[in-house]
Design a protein around this ligand. Structure first.
Ligand code: NAD
Ligand code: IPM
Ligand code: MN
Length: 357
């Protein structure tokens, strides 16, 4: 097969630790399936602030733009938390998503049967849970105008939330198309009882819905959705929502699977190009100790193979290997019942790589 180029941006905290395991998986799939990848590493986030004076160096953006896909770890940490907006790792993350046109963030939350005991929720509630959060990624309050001003009550801070019809349409079409390939159920989540952006969102969804008559649509208010996710998680198939609601609901959905260390994601635009990253952050509390669960990042590689490269065989093999290793009882600390028997990040990566065939 033709050689594909992957830009690798490890970032901060546990980012480099989990990305190293994902790269092991990439090398293993080359051996087993004969695929060929070049990887090019680039600086991003806090480490890029330290070394280049900016979280998203132009050079890094060019490496990403010249690649077929991007693998990303995580960025951020206490060292940069009091920096001005331009010198924050998170600003680089928003910048890379915007610059690469990645408006659609797919976050699958699948409950592995053998991990039902790892969740804080009751196993019988989790049974059969397999959902996908489709999060709008380049609009809303994250990208609206922000400023400070003097007001009657002292200094005021303003974040504006804006959505255009076109922005809503493109993400909603993607969500309907994804639902058509799954169990044909779509929950559109908004706060249309209060927010004008949510009313536009809901009108747009309702206008598009007749084009997908085979998909069963429900509108759910975001506060109710947060509750229903814990009450009846298995009844959800695809959830489509705006940027900030999707950020919050997907971390909540992570706990259905047992740990935020299990949740992978794909950030897509209109084409096959994608950026793949775990949903979790840089986890400064456990960084550098070999405690991080690499599965979220490893499963993100499976998403990359499926969505960017169409390498279904390798994607399936990665997902099967993860399931097999978990079935055998292997656990990192975050999903272990008996923490004294927990594996390190690299031990987990080695076992999954070896199980790929
Ligand atoms: P976090 O996701 O980094 O950590 C939350 C909790 O989950 C921590 O207790 C952490 O130890 C645990 N955790 C996270 N990933 C884990 C893994 N793979 N294995 C085991 N445990 C794991 O969220 P936070 O603490 O709110 O944020 C820390 C930093 O990360 C902040 O600077 C934040 O801005 C940044 N962040 C970055 C991204 C990203 O790069 N995409 C995402 C979220 C947060
Ligand atoms: C995520 C993160 C980011 C977000 C932060 C770090 C900017 O929480 O990828 O979920 O809110 O999108
Ligand atoms: Mn988040």
């Amino acid at each position: 097969a033709e050689t594909k180029k992957i830009a690798v941006i490890a970032g901060d905290g546990i980012g480099p630790e989990v990305v190293a395991e994902a790269e092991k998986i990439i090398r293993r799939t080359e051996e087993v399936f004969g695929y060929s990848f070049t990887t090019e590493h680039a600086l991003f986030g806090g480490i890029a602030i330290d070394e280049k004076g900016t979280p998203l160096p132009e050079e890094t953006l060019q490496v990403c733009k010249s690649a077929d896909a991007v693998l990303l770890g995580a960025v951020g940490g206490p060292k940069w938390d009091n920096n001005s907006k331009e010198l924050r790792p998170e600003t680089g993350l928003l910048g890379i998503r915007k610059e690469l046109g990645l408006f659609s963030n797919l976050r699958p939350a699948v409950v592995f049967d053998c991990l039902k005991d790892a969740s804080t929720l009751k196993p019988e509630v989790l049974e059969g849970t397999d959902l996908m959060v489709v999060r709008e990624l380049t609009g809303g309050i994250y990208f609206g105008e922000k400023f400070r001003r003097e007001g009657a009550g002292g200094e005021e801070a303003v974040d504006t939330c804006a959505y255009s019809t076109a922005e809503v349409e493109r993400i909603v079409h993607q969500a309907f198309e994804i639902a058509q390939k799954r169990r044909k159920k779509l929950a559109s989540v908004d706060k249309a009882n209060v927010l004008e952006t949510s009313r536009l969102w809901r009108e747009t969804v309702n206008r598009i819905a007749p084009q997908y008559p085979d998909v069963e649509l429900e509108h759910v208010l975001v506060d109710n959705c947060a509750m229903q996710l814990l009450r009846r998680p298995s009844s959800f198939d695809v959830i489509v929502t705006e940027n900030m609601f999707g950020d919050i609901l997907s971390d909540e959905a992570a706990m259905l699977t047992g740990s935020i260390g299990m949740l992978s994601s794909a950030s897509m635009g209109e084409g096959a190009f994608g950026l793949y990253e775990p949903v979790h952050g840089s986890a400064p509390d456990i960084a550098g100790q070999g405690l991080a669960n690499p599965i979220a990042t490893i499963l993100s590689v499976a998403l990359m193979y499926r969505l960017t490269f169409g390498y279904e065989d390798a994607a399936d093999a990665i997902e099967r290997a993860v399931a097999e290793v978990l079935d055998e009882g292997h656990r990192t600390a975050d999903i272990a019942v008996d923490k004294s028997k927990a594996l390190s990040t690299t031990e987990m990566g080695d076992l999954i790589a070896a199980a790929i065939r």
